[in-house]
Design a protein around this ligand. Structure first.
Ligand SMILES: [Zn+2]
Length: 447
């Protein structure tokens, strides 16, 4: 069937007036791309100068005061751009809403980005550099430090020819994770304010603290926020939608022995070596199921720490798997290693093994519609969607289990958590268009 015929058939079936469709089809992309890229660049380069690195040693939420400083800045900007109900709570959550501008039965959709940056490199005195129209080859971040970005250490740069690329200047991370998301959402807020005739669903905005250390989102009040569906804007590649996360468990093993025997007299004594038990246990875990041996949809087992105090050795580790079947298998591997060590050490005085659930694959609770809408939005913007599984957890996974289905959408952040981190402004612009399209598409849905 010819394309235009298919459209007519589709709209005859759906009952939507064809004329409205014809007018709306490309309407939202009719804006000045250069102006939007400038807004994205200006905002992003401003936000990264706020040091919002989170801290694993603090017990407060937010873990660092810099996050509140950025939050306050965003509150000001949200108000200036007409957002309603703009709030900043004591934990550093910024929330706001943009009510629908037409009578609508549409569900309320939300966009999330996180305020904090990663811990792997300094977040202080970030000096962003904008490299306009990347022409391929080397991008020098810092010549003194020989910090150079190229397609070898950043393969996605191959898709970035002609794009504006933003890097730091050496010695710090950039903070593209997730200030790209913050800049994109703020640009959406201004765009909807500047274009009041663009009909959209009710929208909520949330900027959240302490994503990198995993302690922020647990404090978010999902029912009070009142959104039906949400998207985190916190991903990399053009077109990426993350609808799956690992299932995650941690485990603790304790071996107790008896080392209070003179080693010279250990033979035929009650001597039992808890350190040896721990190293045997570690060795017995299958090598081919370790993080560095697995990729894609394969899960893994990792021992994080082994600590000995006299007669007691405690081992802490994690298990990650996408399916319940694989999780059961990996749990079994841990049990087998543990039971083998136990059987080999009859003089051992104590053996314990326990598992704790950490988070679940959000795919099990995501309604198809929330992912389908992101796919459709991208297709209408001529972006090829790629549905991916994250080899980790996301804030969206916790939100989804609290009742707010939240897949993740790309935001143009690359080489994150390192001094080679960069943002691709043209990919950010595509993410921005996806959000605008989502805002209008959801308006055609009923709650
Ligand atoms: Zn992030």
């Amino acid at each position: 069937m010819k394309n235009w015929l298919r459209f007519i058939a589709l709209f005859a079936m759906s009952g939507l007036p064809l004329l409205a469709y014809a007018q709306d089809w490309k309407a939202v992309t009719h804006y000045d791309k250069t102006a939007i890229k400038k807004q994205l660049t200006d905002r992003f380069t401003r936000y990264v100068t706020f040091d919002t690195q989170s801290s694993e040693t603090a017990s407060s939420v937010p873990s660092t005061p810099g996050q509140i400083k950025l939050a306050k800045e965003l509150v000001k900007e949200l108000k200036k751009n007409g957002a309603k109900n703009v709030r900043l709570d004591k934990s550093g959550f910024v929330t706001a809403e943009i009510p629908a501008n037409v009578a609508t039965k549409a569900p309320t959709i939300a966009f999330f980005a996180h305020l904090d940056t990663a811990l792997e490199a300094s977040g202080k005195n970030v000096k962003p550099q904008v490299h306009t129209k990347y022409q391929g080859g080397d991008l020098v971040i810092n010549s003194e430090k020989k910090l150079i970005l190229n397609p070898t250490n950043a393969p996605q740069l191959l898709q970035g020819r002609g794009h504006d690329i933003i890097t730091a200047s050496g010695g710090t991370l950039l903070g593209a994770d997730d200030k790209t998301g913050v800049a994109i959402i703020m640009t959406l807020v201004q765009f909807l304010y500047d274009n009041p005739s663009l009909e959209h669903a009710p929208i909520k905005i949330a900027f959240t603290p302490d994503e990198e250390i995993g302690t922020g989102i647990g404090h978010f009040n999902v029912p009070a926020f009142g959104a039906n569906y949400a998207y985190t804007v916190d991903g990399g590649n053009l077109g990426e939608i993350i609808n799956e996360t690992f299932n995650a468990k941690s485990f603790t093993v304790v071996f107790e022995g008896n080392r209070a025997v003179h080693p010279g007299e250990a033979l035929n004594s009650p001597f039992a070596d808890n350190v040896l038990m721990a190293s045997d246990f570690h060795t017995l875990l299958p090598r081919y199921k370790r993080p560095e041996s697995t990729s894609g949809r394969k899960g893994f087992i990792l021992v994080d720490s082994i600590q000995t105090q006299e007669n007691r050795t405690e081992i802490k580790g994690i298990i990650r798997a996408f399916t319940d079947t694989e999780m059961d298998e990996l749990v079994n591997d841990v049990k087998t290693a543990f039971n083998t060590v136990k059987a080999m050490n009859h003089k051992g005085t104590g053996f314990q093994l326990s598992f704790t659930d950490q988070y679940k694959n959000m795919n099990t609770v995501l309604p198809k519609q929330v992912v389908d809408m992101a796919v459709l939005a991208m297709q209408q913007e001529e972006i090829t969607p790629t549905i991916t599984a994250a080899r980790g957890g996301t804030d969206g996974s916790q939100l989804s289990f609290k009742g707010l289905p939240t897949p993740d959408i790309f935001s143009g952040q690359f080489n994150i958590h390192s001094e080679l981190e960069y943002a691709d402004v043209d990919v950010m612009e595509s993410s921005f268009r996806t959000l605008v399209r989502l805002a209008t598409l959801w308006n055609l849905q009923e709650k």
